[in-house]
Design a protein around this ligand. Structure first.
Ligand SMILES: Nc1nc2c(ncn2[C@@H]2O[C@H](COP(=O)(O)OP(=O)(O)O)[C@@H](O)[C@H]2O)c(=O)[nH]1
Ligand SMILES: [Mg+2]
Length: 204
């Protein structure tokens, strides 16, 4: 995959900083940050690993864990990538869903350094209820969002185009300043578009 070398090196420089279970544990704000959200299994960890060209940066799980942590990664220019806890477990108890909501809400409302939100969706099943809720929260807090329709490799070209159109139509009906791209964390397709969007937020 081609990518401008400057930004490639920047994302390659990502290093795990800390995991926060409560807002008190969030690190002091020192530079711009972008947060990654998505339903469990949509490919959030795979996308972060692909983005940073590191196989083990964010753990990729076949059986998704339930730990609700906000993971912070530092880049060489002082910017941060932030891995928000995944959502959408069918069997998650009520209390856990409430805790997830409080943690995300605290993060979105407290971080002045937050420049943008990346929402990873499975291209075969985009815009589920909690995805929509993330978009609503980002709008409420005035944070621009970028949707990544991941697992593009699982769809035929026509199917992918239709998924993109459908998502685009839903977005335009209800949301402002949301951009959209297709992606394959597996193959790396769409990585240039993702780097470009992130650069807009993180490279000053
Ligand atoms: N075919 C395909 N599989 C993917 C892609 N991205 C992630 N996966 C797979 O989907 C599963 C969940 O990925 P993971 O990154 O752990 O998702 P997370 O729960 O959102 O962090 C894993 O088995 C990945 O290998 C992709 O672009 N294409
Ligand atoms: Mg994950």
């Amino acid at each position: 995959m081609e990518s401008r070398p400057s930004s490639l090196n920047l994302y390659r420089s990502a290093r795990f900083e800390l995991s926060a279970a409560t807002p008190k544990q969030f690190p002091r704000e020192t530079g711009p940050e972008v947060a990654f959200a998505g339903r469990s299994n949509a490919g959030k960890s795979s996308t972060l690993n692909r983005l940073c060209q590191q196989k083990q940066l964010a753990r990729v799980s076949k059986t998704p864990g339930r730990t609700q942590l906000v993971n912070f990664f530092q880049l060489s220019n002082g910017a941060r990538l932030v891995d928000l806890p995944g959502y959408g477990f069918a069997k998650a108890p009520e209390g856990e869903i409430a805790r997830w909501g409080r943690l995300i809400e605290a993060y979105l409302s407290q971080r002045n350094s937050l420049r943008g939100l990346i929402i990873i969706m499975d291209a075969r099943r985009p815009m589920r209820e909690k995805d929509r809720q993330m978009l609503e929260w980002s709008q409420y807090h005035g944070i621009p969002a970028h949707i990544v329709l991941n697992k593009a490799d699982k769809l035929k070209r026509g199917e992918l185009a239709r998924a993109r159109q459908k998502t685009d139509a839903l977005l335009r009906k209800d949301f402002d300043s949301v951009s959209l791209q297709t992606f394959s964390a597996l193959k790396g397709e769409g990585i240039d578009a993702l780097h470009t969007r992130l650069d807009e937020w993180l490279v000053e």
